[in-house]
Write a protein that binds this ligand. Structure first.
Ligand SMILES: [Zn+2]
Length: 437
């Protein structure tokens, strides 16, 4: 008898928990099911097609819904047949790629697990449509704008681009209940004044300048709260809230105005982590949002985690700081100790980065993602003087060496002890002590 009670209790417990995918479950699921194998910034339109072919084999419904300015196919994926209509789009800015890979892995997961109870339930409650890589021409060139040089996200009213016309049409003819607008922000975006990178920033996007609170906004605040809680153990302290200025020509704002309240997700960067890691974090966040919409658990969630998110901040982080630098004594004036700050340009993962000096002298108020103590060294700039705007190609010489600083072929006659080039130590790695914070 007791055995029967226990087993029926277990049965009840199990049935109550068919939808209880913990964030860790989702993280493990991504690890075992993700089909993306390139860093998102290296994914071209042709790579996306390879991903989508794999999804087709898994049974995902995929259709071409339009063409870019250069005639590249734009696709929409669909899953489920439920009454709640969920719409997502990514990479309307060509150089903002992370969520495209996340969407591919989300649909891969859904197709692979379509017979598991919680995914079945999801499919019965939601219909999910997603456009990965809305701006394939920009993605090809790795530029923000489309081939006409127009920012699609400022074209919601003019509709001068084929991509904007498509996006508006997809909203208009389907009237989704909720939208997810998926972007990347600068890697040096910080969480308020913490000095930490904002790896993920959220925004519940208003539908008017007056920031009118609607039921849809309230629901989205709860959903972002659920997403924030799901990912905070993976990226503690690296989650922020995006600025909420009303942009009358942007799509997020207009989707909200047109009846599809939008959640904006901006992926930043996390020093020491690959881009795909943040695609995984997107996966966990978005799957959690789907789950909370399907089970209805979002209805009783608190909005507090969203309402209390720290704000995005800019201008406080740089990629590199070299402290206590002394320029080599080849000038007339004795060199003073200075600090050097350098920043990296947005680029594809497989491309060599160009690092530029951004400040020489006083770096007060800045924090480097990596900082080095150059106190024991003289530094020579490879191409020019130490001037902001120049490439950070830096040769370091130990101060106790005897060197003819006026030698024409200085760096050939006197081999530097350490060389910092294209954002990495190509010689003498570890020689300058790291400053840990
Ligand atoms: Zn963007």
């Amino acid at each position: 008898m007791r055995k029967a009670i226990v087993s029926s209790l277990i049965a009840i417990f199990v049935s109550l928990n068919i939808n209880a995918q913990t964030p860790q479950d989702l993280a493990d699921a991504w690890d075992t099911t993700h089909i993306t194998d390139k860093e998102p910034s290296d994914v071209r339109h042709s790579d996306l097609k390879v991903y989508l072919e794999k999804l087709r084999v898994k049974g995902v419904k995929i259709g071409e819904v339009g063409r870019s300015n250069a005639g590249r196919e734009i696709y929409q994926m669909e899953f489920g047949s439920g009454p709640l209509k969920v719409f997502l789009w990514s990479q309307m800015h060509g150089d903002e790629p992370t969520a495209t890979s996340a969407l591919v892995d989300i649909f891969s997961y859904l197709a692979t697990h379509k017979d598991t109870p919680w995914v079945k339930d999801l499919a019965a409650k939601l219909t999910i449509r997603a456009v990965p890589m809305l701006n394939p021409d920009g993605a090809e060139l790795y530029t923000r704008r489309n081939l006409q040089g127009i920012d699609i996200n400022r074209d919601a009213l003019d509709l001068a681009t084929p991509e904007a016309r498509l996006l508006k049409w997809l909203q208009n003819q389907w009237q989704p209940n909720i939208g997810f607008n998926l972007h990347n922000q600068q890697e040096l975006t910080a969480v308020d004044h913490t000095g930490k990178q904002a790896a993920i920033s959220f925004l519940v996007v208003y539908g008017d300048e007056e920031k009118t609170q609607t039921d849809g906004m309230l629901r989205n605040r709860r959903i972002v709260s659920v997403m924030k809680k799901a990912i905070e153990t993976f990226i503690p302290g690296h989650i922020a809230r995006y600025g909420d200025e009303w942009t009358p020509t942007a799509f997020g704002d207009n989707f909200s105005a047109w009846g599809t309240p939008v959640i904006l997700i901006e992926t930043g960067a996390l020093a020491g982590q690959k881009e795909l890691y943040l695609a995984k974090i997107n996966f966990i966040a978005i799957m959690t949002a789907f789950s909370s919409l399907a089970t209805g658990s979002q209805a009783t969630a608190s909005t507090l985690p969203y309402d209390t998110l720290p704000r995005n901040a800019s201008g406080t982080l740089v990629n590199f700081i070299f402290r206590n630098v002394q320029a080599a004594p080849n000038g007339k004036k004795p060199a003073t100790l200075v600090d050097i700050a350098a920043v990296s340009a947005r680029r594809r993962a497989s491309f060599t980065t160009s690092i530029r000096l951004t400040r020489v002298g006083n770096v007060n108020g800045l924090r480097g993602l990596e900082e080095f103590d150059a106190g024991g060294f003289y530094v020579v700039q490879r191409f020019a003087h130490l001037i902001p705007g120049k490439l950070a190609e830096l040769f370091f010489y130990k101060k106790d060496r005897v060197i003819d600083w006026k030698a024409e072929d200085l760096t050939e006659r006197f081999e530097p002890d350490a060389i910092f080039s294209a954002g990495a130590w190509t010689k003498g790695a570890g020689l300058l002590p790291k400053i840990l914070r």
